[in-house]
Design a protein around this ligand. Sequence first.
Ligand code: PEP
Length: 251
Amino acid sequence: MRKPIVVGNWKMHKTVEESVELVEELKPLVAEIGDVEIGVCPPFTSLSEVSRVLRGSNINLGAQDMYWEPQGAYTGEISAGMLLSVGCRYVIVGHSERRTYFGETDEWVNRKVRAALEAGLVPIMCVGETLEQRQKGITQEVVDRQVTEGLRGLSPEQVAGMVIAYEPVWAIGTGLTAEPEQAQEVQAFIRARIRQLFGEEAADSVRIQYGGSIKPENAREIFLQPDVDGGLVGGASLEADSFARIVRAAM
Ligand code: PEP
């Protein structure tokens, strides 16, 4: 049995003060929940303070990106070791906004995933097709390439311990949500590919989240799908009550 995992991606929102306020509000709302893994990914500037507030709670900390080198002259970048030093457990890698606005390639995503795993972070690797690609009927082809390239060189054990987020680009921040059956279809495909590439155990263990305009109102129906192991939540994670309701929907 895979434990569902619900993670909030705050993107470029919240000052340090606002971040602390949000997690202070969230903590008691989810304190009793043990059968869903919970995480929040604030901006880099808030990680340290949020980490302090989350200490001893059932909410884990994650970052929204990282660089694959351990240190060096890479102005503006953050390493896996730095994320670990502020208490991060997860790092989102290959989010579609990074692929679209910052030119991230599958090869970069793969380097980041490998560096995260080697350092002891749990990567949340995002994949998903654009509207144009869906309309062209090449969703599986696109997702197949992102999964195959993104996971290149990993061991079955490493794949088993990570998280993949299927996020159709047309559903992110648009208010459009994939139908539960659409999410299930692609996520079952991803798991089947992982089975072919890395074997039964990795496929059965890897958690595959859905992401794209999840709200308290639509979360349960999506989370009920057999290959959906929770969600990556953007907009609705910026408010404690709506995020807590989404976490509950995964119970
Ligand atoms: C995301 O950015 O990962 C996401 C799913 O955003 P939203 O929930 O706002 O669509």
